[in-house]
Design a protein around this ligand. Structure first.
Ligand code: NAP
Length: 320
């Protein structure tokens, strides 16, 4: 019997995508980038029933109309804002994602970013390598985190994990979400992100990306955070008004920022590179071997279940 065709899109590390296993079950087509889709012959495309999707290219009706047999887009990752969900629904295509399995890693990195900024970790490393320790003695004093007050904008899966970790640093938790969550009574809810930013020392952003949250962290939020405040963003570059953030950093309206995500990755705004008050990372929140393996496993299982006519494990909420 002819195997069902699937299309694997994106650049995967070996541990993320077990090609041999995919090939045991399916006829596998591969693309590093969705924009190369026309390199695959039309009759082959017409047979594709599922896409294993990784990356941040736009997937909408332009692609879907080339794939009339498509039943599933199995996204590698929890953020799926570049997949046009309305188009997928209209084409009767299910979309799945890989929530939860990456939350620990992203939350871990969020704390690393906070400490990177507050304890001047890069400058400390440089203090040794440059010989300043020997020549000048102690490095300049920095900023205490334990016992402070921190705010979370978007208390979802990752936001919750960040808050749990912060608690172990004797930090008081405040949060903004669109509704109050059923969490510890000690965690203080705010209806407005500006009011939240006013009362906290440091602020984490763990919102979804996409148009609904574009520029959510505005210049008003940054002003409210103030010159002693650190902003950490592990969500998407789009959730922060990046022009306002750069200005706030350059004019020292906030203390600093720990950033894993940016607008226009990987060609980020060059103004970030000359700032001393940022600790920046190349969107590596979920980039551990263990977590990427787990994400690949969940992506695979979603395809296996769905194409066997069973319930997918983790459909995106809009599909429920
Ligand atoms: P989640 O559980 O769905 O949480 C998302 C949060 O966003 C929720 O608190 C939700 O608010 C809020 N939200 C959604 N739409 C909103 C809107 N229109 N206005 C205001 N708030 C809105 O997702 P998660 O698993 O924590 O992941 C969060 C995001 O992290 C992902 O979408 C992804 O972009 C990013 N991420 C980054 C990395 C990385 O490598 N840096 C890795 C994984 C994920 P409510 O609480 O009000 O419902």
């Amino acid at each position: 019997m002819e195997k069902v065709s699937i299309l694997i899109v994106g650049k995967y590390a070996e541990i993320e995508c077990n090609l041999d296993r995919f090939r045991d079950h399916f006829n596998v087509l591969k693309l590093s980038d969705l924009s190369d889709i026309n390199k695959i012959d039309e009759p082959e495309l017409k047979k594709v029933q599922a896409i294993a999707f990784k990356g941040h290219s736009t997937l909408n009706s332009n692609t879907l109309k080339k794939l009339p047999s498509l039943r599933l887009i199995s996204n590698f990752g929890v953020g799926y804002e570049t997949i046009n969900v309305a188009d997928a629904k209209a084409a009767n295509v299910l979309v799945t994602y890989t929530p939860d399995v990456l939350s620990d890693d992203v939350a871990d990195l969020a704390l690393a970013l906070l400490f990177g900024v507050s304890r001047h970790l890069l400058q400390g490393d440089d203090w040794i390598r440059s010989g300043s320790w020997r020549e000048k003695g102690e490095m300049p004093l920095n900023k205490k985190i334990s016992g402070s007050t921190c705010g979370i904008i978007g208390l979802g899966r990752i936001g919750f994990e960040i808050a749990k970790r912060l608690e172990s640093f004797k930090i008081k938790i405040h949060y903004y979400s669109r509704s109050r969550k059923n969490v510890s009574q000690k965690w203080i809810y705010h209806k407005s992100p500006v009011n939240l930013a006013k009362v906290v020392d440091n602020l984490f952003v763990s919102l979804v990306g996409g148009e609904g949250t574009r520029g959510f962290v505005s210049s008003e939020v940054l002003d409210a955070l103030g010159p002693r405040g650190i902003l950490v963003n592990i969500s998407r570059g789009s959730t922060i008004n990046e022009t306002a953030l750069l200005e706030a950093l350059e004019k020292k309206k906030i203390y600093g920022a720990g950033l894993d995500v940016f607008e226009n990755e990987p060609n980020i705004n060059a103004r970030f590179l000359s700032l001393k008050n940022v600790f920046i990372q190349p969107h590596q929140g979920s980039c551990t071997r263990e977590t990427r393996k787990a994400m690949g496993e969940l992506q695979f299982q979603n395809i296996l279940e769905c194409l066997a006519g069973r319930k997918a494990l983790t459909p995106i909420p809009e599909m429920n």
